[in-house]
Design a binder for this molecule. Structure first.
Ligand code: COA
Ligand code: AMP
Length: 640
């Protein structure tokens, strides 16, 4: 029997009086000036939350808990099976680290509103950096370590950071990844040059520092630590940005999702109780990376705003050293809630199908497993439920929203699970499913999932320096609504089923990637006349990119050689995280009579799904050629 849930009452309370609902939640936050108004519809692109509030996120994530007596409690537990390192930072210890780094940043001239780019692996200094920037009222932009120099350059040029904080290397299970050459190359390519780079020297690979520009992190903070330098939290408006996080758009130029200060604090703090059911002092673990939105919201800000202990895990679900590593961490630190992507569980299930390693550890502290980042396939959910013996909660959200759009609110009392659905709309979100002409689709019918404006607190108010791109990407197609670019269904009970993207975004191992971005890179190869990248299904990573390339006439080099170069090009330009492993030379690409490449049809053929010859196809013979080319390379899956 499901426990009685207050969800319906809470959702109704929000819908009846959204402003009252969020002003009430805002009381859980410390403000320099508490907001008296929840929402100003006249500000910004579609309105702004808490227009007259003034606060500081670092204060709420750190100082507030020390004042409340949590100074000695662990704030961060760092566990790195790839290096063997482990460390604990109490809230008081965290404050010392953050103040020392804030002091270094201040000495370097970082002020309120300045951007600081953070390009770091999963080490505690990455969290210190985010909080130190927030403390000064500056704006951080974290770039995931699996991106290569070109992606870094795009972000540097878009947000023009005054300073960059980085590290000498990342550590992947199979190799040490030198960050410094990537960073130096990115800065060389960038039009906007930072005035300084603060670099953490890791034992695994010490790097050269550029004279006059680079600063050794440890040496720089040492003096301030010794002196006990105090840095007060800078008051910022609730509507001021806390961070910019770039995410894949439909072109190679990523979108700078802006997160504001006030709405983010209020919403995230509320989610920790209502959605995750976690109390202050408990240990919460999001096994993701600080470079992704899950890392921002649930490795760093959510748990710290709530006064929890957060785990910073520098490892993988398998291979570091084995598929039991998650259970070891849960046992060692008493984790109550684990949040990860379904792909992590698919990897574990593959290595340990019977869950034998689970039995080696005492994981009774674990109450709930949360999954997000990609569609959770029923097999994975059922496997996890059976082997962990805890509720498995799928929830759906995006970099843009920063927290759950649809979920099953454990803290309010769980609703019955329907496998395949992330459950229902959370307070803050009025979800509708519309047909392509903007009319509401009947229950049970596939359509465009949209959210009625305004968006919830903590969702993006706009894109960095790009209000028009924000309007055209999200608000133009369905006036009055935010387009999620996910297609799905709502059933008669209000349960949402998220099926697929409506744009060219693919989801590889829970990482969001743009096929358009990959096409732009491949088109730059000297022998390529045109190309298409499609996402084909993969049992482990959900989807994998497949590149189809048509060569310029007169190119006689062996196809295998060119395909290898194209794979390397994507790795060099976008990064290993693109997981672009297969390029295939084809004679022609199938197109409509108006010249649109039929990517959807090719994807269905590769995935072994039923497909129909599009009525608008220019030359049906090309489909046959493509099918033969796929078959020759063993790309076609068994019929689904
Ligand atoms: N720095 C440098 N390189 C990185 C990196 C980083 N931070 N993260 C990943 N890479 C590299 C990997 O080493 C791999 O390189 P390779 O092609 O040389 O093998 C490549 O990028 C692809 O990485 P990934 O897709 O993550 O594959 P993987 O085989 O290393 O790991 C999983 C597969 C399933 C174990 C892993 O994707 C995982 O743990 N996913 C969890 C999901 C997650 O964190 N999602 C984020 C949102 S919740
Ligand atoms: P990101 O911005 O990287 O978090 O990716 C967001 C996208 O991932 C969404 O638009 C969905 O396409 C997909 N996604 C995230 N969570 C889920 C989920 N629980 N179910 C289905 N798709 C999801």
């Amino acid at each position: 029997m499901a426990q009685a849930s207050s969800y319906h009452d809470v959702y109704k309370a929000w819908k009846t009086d959204p402003d009252g609902f969020w002003l009430e939640q805002a009381k859980a936050i410390d403000w320099f000036e508490a907001p008296t108004r929840a929402f100003d519809a006249g500000m910004g692109v579609y309105g702004r939350w808490f227009p007259d509030g003034v606060g500081n996120t670092c204060h709420n994530a750190v100082d507030r808990h020390i004042a409340a007596g949590r100074g000695d409690q662990d704030a961060i537990i760092y566990d790195s099976p790839v290096t063997g390192a482990k460390a604990r930072y109490s809230y008081s210890g965290l404050l010392k680290e953050v103040e020392a780094l804030s002091a270094v940043l201040r000495d370097k001239g970082v002020e309120k509103g300045d951007r600081v780019l953070i390009y770091m692996p999963m080490i505690p200094e990455a969290v210190f950096a985010m909080l130190a920037v927030a403390r000064l009222g500056a704006i951080h932009s974290v770039v995931f370590g699996g991106f290569a120099a070109h992606e870094l350059t795009t972000r540097i040029d878009d947000c023009a950071p005054k300073l960059i904080i980085s590290a000498s290397c990342g550590v992947e299970p199979s190799r040490v990844v030198p960050y410094k050459p990537l960073l130096d190359h990115a800065i060389d390519l960038a039009k906007s040059k930072p005035s300084a780079c603060i670099v953490v020297q890791r034992e695994n690979l010490v790097c050269d520092l550029v004279d006059g520009r680079d600063i050794d992190y440890e040496k720089a903070v040492a003096a301030h630590k010794a002196a006990g330098t105090k840095i007060a939290c800078t008051p910022v408006k609730a509507t001021d940005p806390l961070y910019i996080l770039y995410t894949s758009g439909t072109t190679g130029s990523p979108k700078g999702v802006v997160r504001d200060t006030g709405g983010h604090m209020v919403a995230l703090n509320w989610t920790m109780g209502a959605i995750y059911g976690v109390e202050p002092g408990e240990v919460y673990w999001a096994a993701s990376d600080v470079g992704w939105v899950v890392g921002h919201s649930y490795i760093v800000y959510g748990p710290l705003l709530r006064g929890c202990t957060t785990i910073l895990f520098e490892g993988k679900p398998v291979g570091t050293p084995d598929a039991g590593t998650f259970w070891r961490v849960i046992e060692e630190y008493g984790v109550v809630a684990l949040f990860t992507a379904p792909t992590a569980f698919r990897a574990i299930k593959k290595d340990d199908p019977d869950g034998r390693l689970i039995g080696k550890y005492d994981i009774k502290s674990l109450r709930t497993l949360f999954l997000a980042g990609e569609r959770a396939d029923p097999d994975t959910i059922i496997w996890a439920q059976e082997h962990l013996d805890v509720p498995v909660i799928d929830h759906w959200w995006q970099t843009e929203t920063g927290w759950t759009i649809a979920g099953n609110p454990v803290g309010l009392g769980m609703l019955p699970v329907k496998i395949g659905s992330p459950t229902v709309a959370m307070p803050g979100y009025d979800i509708r499913v519309l047909d392509d002409s903007g009319h509401e689709a009947p229950d049970g019918t596939l359509g465009n999932i949209v959210v009625k404006l305004p968006l919830a607190p903590g969702n993006l108010p706009t894109l960095w320096n790009a209000d028009d791109r924000f309007r055209s990407a999200y608000l133009r197609d369905f006036p009055g609504y935010y387009k999620t670019a996910d297609a799905g269904i709502r059933d008669a009970d209000g349960y949402i089923f998220v099926m697929s993207r409506t744009d060219d975004i693919i989801n590889v191992a829970g990482h969001r990637l743009s096929t358009g971005g990959m096409e732009e890179v491949i088109a730059g190869h000297r022998d390529v006349a045109e190309c298409a990248v499609i996402g084909i299904s993969d049992p482990m990573k959900g989807q994998m990119p497949l590149g189809l390339i048509v060569l310029k006439s007169g190119v006689t080099r062996p196809h295998a050689e060119i395909e290898k170069e194209v794979v390397q090009l994507v790795r060099d330009e976008i990064g290993p995280v693109a997981a672009f492993k297969t390029a295939l030379v084809v004679t022609r690409l199938p197109k409509t009579r108006s010249g649109k490449i039929l990517r959807g049809t090719m994807q269905k053929i590769a995935d072994g799904e039923a497909w129909k010859m599009p009525a608008t196809i220019d030359d049906p013979a090309i489909i046959e050629e493509i099918t033969d080319a796929f078959a020759a390379r063993d790309i076609i899956k068994e019929g689904n």
